[in-house]
Design a protein around this ligand. Structure first.
Ligand code: SF4
Ligand code: SF4
Length: 141
């Protein structure tokens, strides 16, 4: 679940912004700053935002979660609603869930979509993996 820079990514979905969400600054481990998983980065500001925004490393600069780049995701996937963030690495889809809401991804409104995506990725050798607190699950395809 380590976050690394994604390079030039896909275009952002118009009309979506991060707002007060900071999940991608909290849930992943980021080796570059020795940041462990599920702990806020030392640069996180209370209420959202980054105190080091202008000098943030490319790992942060290049990163947007799937909700910011995939217009097919519905409003229920907004990270502040779903309590999780997703990102693709090749044919793998990684889902990081807030430990305080660790079971939410199993709700039908999310699990149905995750299973469908797992079926799409399987022929490419891909899969969907969910990190929720201490639990790691591969979604059945
Ligand atoms: S998880 Fe997504 S919506 Fe939340 S701050 Fe990161 S990129 Fe923005
Ligand atoms: S440096 Fe800023 S953008 Fe990067 S993880 Fe920390 S708070 Fe988030």
């Amino acid at each position: 679940m380590t976050l690394s820079g994604q390079g030039q990514g896909p275009a952002l979905v118009p009309g979506r912004d991060c707002g007060s969400c900071s999940l991608c600054c909290i849930l992943p481990d980021i080796a570059e700053f020795d940041k462990p998983a599920n702990e806020p980065c030392r640069h996180c500001l209370v209420g959202g935002g980054c105190e080091a925004y202008d000098v943030r490393p490319s790992t942060c600069r290049d990163f947007f979660c799937l909700w910011r780049t995939d217009a097919t995701l519905g409003d229920e996937w907004e990270p502040s609603v779903s309590r999780m963030m997703m990102y693709a690495q090749g044919p793998q889809l990684t889902v990081l869930v807030e430990p305080e809401a660790a079971a939410i991804w199993r709700e039908a409104r999310y699990l149905d979509w995750l299973e469908k995506r797992a079926r799409v990725l399987k022929p490419q050798g891909g899969y969907v993996v969910v990190y929720a607190g201490e639990e790691v699950s591969v979604v059945k395809a």
